[in-house]
Design a binder for this molecule. Sequence first.
Ligand SMILES: Cc1cc2nc3c(=O)[nH]c(=O)nc-3n(C[C@H](O)[C@H](O)[C@H](O)COP(=O)(O)O)c2cc1C
Length: 190
Amino acid sequence: MKIGIIVGSTRNGRAGESVGQWVAKQAAERTGAEYELVDLAAYNLPMFDEATHPMMANKKYASAEVQAWSDKIDQFDGYIFITPEYNHSVPAAFKNAVDSLGSEWVGKALSLVGYGAVGGVRAIEHWRQITANFSMAVTRAEVNLSLFTDFAEGVCTPAGMQDQQLGKVFDELEQLTGAILSVAGANANA
Ligand SMILES: Cc1cc2nc3c(=O)[nH]c(=O)nc-3n(C[C@H](O)[C@H](O)[C@H](O)COP(=O)(O)O)c2cc1C
């Protein structure tokens, strides 16, 4: 089972990169799934402008950048979204990246790692609503990193309990992803 850890902030000097490194470091020690760090900033996605609704696009896009993004996202069975909170919601660049695709996301498992003044909770709750449109299955377990206690000079330096909480996220996400894959396998063999 393959899980993509998506760093969803793209701005210069972002703290998100160091959050991604923290998550990826613990993920590398897991044996239940294969994890890969995906940096949204590297894809240089255009502001969504495809003529065809992504859900109708059959994973074929006019933009080479969107196609590369689709090809990468399609490789995974589940995801961890690493999300900052911008103006009490999700970052626009990350929402644009999610809107740009369709069936690549459908029915897959998801966990959320948020950060902000109050742990990114408003962004996380919005992601739960947004991803419902793709019938994604989202774990209850999440990580809420505080800008005040889990970062030093913009770099993620999480307190002890956060390592444990991230472990819970991996446990739930691997269980949920495995369950989805086994139902899909059973349906294919029926
Ligand atoms: C445009 C913008 C809006 C923000 N709005 C919020 C907010 O509503 N709530 C919050 O907790 N932090 C907010 N912040 C602070 C971010 O949580 C903090 O800057 C964080 O480092 C952003 O993630 P990034 O560095 O990976 O981009 C905002 C930051 C920016 C740049």
